[in-house]
Write a protein that binds this ligand. Structure first.
Ligand code: HXC
Length: 510
């Protein structure tokens, strides 16, 4: 019996070495952890249960018959994050560069199936060179099986991808279909085709970093939702994110103890909005002063910074925050901001996370670049997302809510449940200057008359009261009471029931 047990131990030790000590050392030299070290950092200590440790590939071409490593380049299984079950797979770069064979793909499919069946989040850690070149078409089939499972799990269980090394070719599309992608700065990159192919096809000379590094994907392409300085930080932040997420679309919202009373008003909010309507203030400050303990997990912080989105908690329960950011482009809605917020709103709605929206928006961004770039379609995405969302929606207009952007930003008319305004709110078709120049065109040039008309317009329309008279605003609230009012509203809305008409799926303008 002892021999049998020893053999198991030996096999396990061999499997845990992946591609061997030299390759592990090379991984460390690049500042990267190994697949198993990453899983250890992500999960609660000692909670990892590994599956398929002894799987090897079945390839025989190109001398592969005698090149087999236990695990075949991916470590899979499940464990817990602060006690809650999550499934995980981590590409092992030390084995054939983490490349995907048929057997490797089957290991991933198994945990995808288990995560979906057991309604628990799944996290993929990427560090891989794409399809196993020696296997050819079997690898392609394997990828498509993984992709199909991503699609079916979308909106049912949270799916998170962390890119911690190369992620090229077939490896990019599975992350692209998950809810979030995070990257590690300097060591990770993501692209469909690498610099060599780019050079051959387009004659462009480009580095991996320029083509698909964390900076590109967090600031330009918006493929990535955030980036961290190293593996450990990324994995610790993933633990923080998982804590905020429900297990599935039918799972309860996670609830933790809240240490900050919602009854305490914050007088500093009374002076957050500057007297001059064109002077910016930081929407993040408003979110942090509303969320429990100022804890805010921002998504896509470096992209379309004119809108801020992310997760926090109110009275211990997860809430999605969306806020126009007056510090960037005066908080205007453009195509990028609309797409960014639309995806976030839809994420929250999938997983029954209530949405709190702070509005200070001068309108949609005018210009040929925006119009030719599809502003109508992209703006419609956000409108659509808010309009279809059935989760509790609490909106607070702090200052400007002009034109179509007023409608879009979780207005009463898009089934906003509670719509508050601060006394500084200005709800109107447009700002005073633009309005007066159109209505009183014949007086343009007569400064006194224009000033008079402007004053009249401002007095009549640039306040929350015209909208409040119509019931578009449920109440004008003191800024200092925002946290309390929003929290009470969300508490009341815990039992909300609202269903859209049956449909196969909608046809959101993509
Ligand atoms: C088999 C691979 C591999 C692959 C890497 N390796 N990629 N083996 N299939 N796709 C192996 C290498 O041979 C090497 O083995 C080890 O992994 C480490 O690779 P290095 O090249 O030494 O590492 P590095 O210099 O860091 O470069 C990493 C890399 C590079 C950028 C990922 O390996 C690379 O370009 N790989 C090929 C990428 C690619 O073209 N993949 C196919 C994409 S097509 P040894 O034994 O020497 O340690 C695709 C289509 C699917 O994915 C589409 C589905 C939709």
């Amino acid at each position: 019996m002892r021999d049998v047990l020893e053999e198991l131990d030996e096999r396990r030790s061999e499997a845990r070495l992946g591609g061997g000590e030299t390759r592990i050392a090379a991984q460390h030299e690049r500042g990267k952890l190994t697949a198993r070290e990453r899983i250890e950092a992500l999960l609660d200590e000692g909670s990892f249960e590994e599956f398929d440790m002894f799987v090897t590939h079945r390839g025989t071409d190109f001398g592969m018959a005698d090149k087999r490593y236990y695990g075949d380049g991916v470590v899979t299984g499940w464990g817990t994050v602060n006690g809650r079950t999550v499934f995980v797979f981590a590409k092992d770069f030390t084995v054939f560069g983490g490349s995907l064979s048929e057997a490797h793909a089957e290991k991933i499919q198994k945990v995808q199936d288990m995560a979906l069946r057991n309604r628990a989040p799944i996290i993929g850690l990427y560090d891989a060179g794409g399809a196993r070149i020696q296997e050819g078409v079997a690898a392609l089939g394997g990828y498509a099986e993984v992709f199909q499972r991503n699609v079916l799990a979308s909106g049912v269980i949270p799916q998170i991808s962390v890119i911690m090394g190369p992620c090229a070719g077939g490896d990019v599309y599975s992350p692209a279909m998950t809810d979030f992608i995070f990257m590690v700065r300097d060591t990770s990159y993501m692209f469909v085709t690498g610099p060599d192919v780019v050079k051959t096809v387009t004659n462009e000379t480009v580095t991996s970093e320029e083509l698909g590094g964390a900076r590109v994907h967090t600031t330009k392409s918006s493929i990535a939702d955030g980036a961290y300085d190293n593996d450990l930080e990324a994995l610790l932040q993933m633990r923080r994110l998982i804590d905020l997420l429900p297990q599935s679309n039918t799972g309860a919202l996670p609830e933790i103890e809240c240490f900050q009373s919602v009854k305490q008003d914050d007088p500093s909010l009374d002076t957050l909005v500057p007297k001059n309507a064109n002077t910016p203030y930081d929407a993040r400050e408003l979110i942090e002063k509303t969320a429990d303990e100022g804890d805010f997990f921002e998504i896509q912080a470096a992209f379309a910074q004119n809108i801020v989105v992310g997760l926090g908690r109110m009275e211990g329960r997860t809430v999605g925050f969306v806020a126009n950011q007056p510090m960037v482009l005066a908080g205007v809605l453009d195509s990028d901001a609309s797409r960014k917020a639309a995806r976030f709103v839809r994420f929250c709605d999938c997983f029954s996370i209530p949405i709190v929206t702070f509005v200070d928006v001068p309108g949609f961004l005018p210009g040929t670049a925006q119009e030719q770039g599809g502003l109508i379609k992209h703006g419609a995405k956000l409108l659509f997302a808010y309009g279809e969302a059935t989760v509790p929606k609490v909106t607070v207009i702090t200052r400007k809510a002009f034109g179509g952007a007023y409608d879009v930003m979780a207005s009463k008319h898009l089934r906003g449940d509670i719509n508050y305004a601060w006394p500084t709110a200005q709800i109107a078709v447009m700002g005073a200057k633009g309005a007066v120049e159109i209505i009183f065109r014949k007086d343009v040039g007569d400064a006194d008359r224009i000033a008079e008309h402007t004053k009249m317009y401002e007095d009549r329309f640039l306040s929350p009261f015209v909208a409040a008279e119509r019931g578009y605003i449920d109440e004008v609230i003191m800024p200092r009471s925002t946290r309390r009012r929003v929290a009470r509203g969300l508490r009341m809305l815990r039992g909300k029931e609202l269903e859209n008409p049956w449909k196969k799926h909608d046809n959101i303008p993509l």
